[in-house]
Ligand binder design. Structure first.
Ligand code: PGA
Length: 254
């Protein structure tokens, strides 16, 4: 399937995998995904596995991402990890503002925007997550929620930085629930977000930014989702924890 933008499919392993399990998974992925050039493939292990996964990935088409980072560069911030520390392990991407962090760590759009700027200053590409709750969708507030999150989380980014930013539309009601947005629902939200980028930046920037869909993506629904004109990849949770199911998503997307 020929798309305007190169697909980017990322696995978010969340708080799963020991170092040994992580290395096994990456070795399996290397074998099954070796010939694939059409998709940017990213895996995001927990911090503790970054070092070994980074080594296991050398000379492969897999790229490394982290699941979060601090907006600060260094200092007395117990438990935090800075962008510069991620760079030591050849991390290229960092997920920011995942709905689980928005919910459990109360991360605000303002904080996410600061993290996004810090990521760019370290030449990391942020994957910034946005998405509405079920109650918000049912109340007809989807567009309003997305607009607030997109404007807030991207505040202060230059056009050049925006082009190097990936967005992930993840309706919260579809994450880990087995309930995927229909391809039409995903396309509608993605087109809305791209329209916002036109207003906030310009047509060229909006045309270049890749917008991933996330929320119960699996091999069986990947093709239909990825065939939507404004869906440029996937952010995958549960199905990224096994080589077979993650590879199926990628293979079914091209
Ligand atoms: P899921 O998670 O694929 O398990 O629904 C997606 C995500 O949280 O990024």
């Amino acid at each position: 399937m020929q798309k305007e933008r190169k697909l980017i499919i990322a696995g978010n392993w969340k708080m799963n995998k020991t170092v040994a399990e992580a290395v096994d998974l990456v070795n399996d992925l290397k074998l099954s995904l070796a010939p694939i050039k059409e998709v940017d493939i990213v895996v995001c292990p927990p911090y503790t596995a970054l070092s070994e996964v980074s080594k296991a990935m050398i000379q492969s088409n897999l790229r490394l991402g982290a699941q979060n980072m601090s907006e600060q560069n260094s200092g007395a911030f117990t438990g935090e990890i800075a962008a510069g520390m991620l760079k030591e392990f050849s991390v290229r991407y960092v997920i920011l503002g995942h709905s689980e962090r928005r919910q459990y760590q109360k991360e605000s759009d303002e904080l996410i925007a600061k993290k996004a700027l810090a990521a760019h200053l370290a030449s990391l590409k942020p994957i910034i997550c946005v998405g509405e709750l079920l109650a918000e969708r049912e109340a007809g507030l989807m567009e309003q929620v997305l607009e607030t999150q997109v404007r807030g989380s991207l505040a202060g980014l230059s056009k050049e930085q925006m082009e190097e930013t990936i967005l992930a539309y993840e309706p919260v009601w579809a994450i880990g629930t087995g309930r995927t947005a229909t391809a039409a629902q995903a396309q509608e939200a993605h087109a809305f977000i791209r329209g916002l980028l036109v207003k906030m930046f310009d047509e060229n920037v909006a045309r270049r930014v890749r917008i991933q869909y996330g929320g119960s993506v699996k091999g069986a629904n990947a093709r239909e989702l990825m065939s939507q004109p404004d869906v440029d990849g996937a952010l995958v949770g549960g199905a990224s924890l096994e080589a077979r199911s993650f590879a199926d998503i990628i293979k079914n997307s091209i």
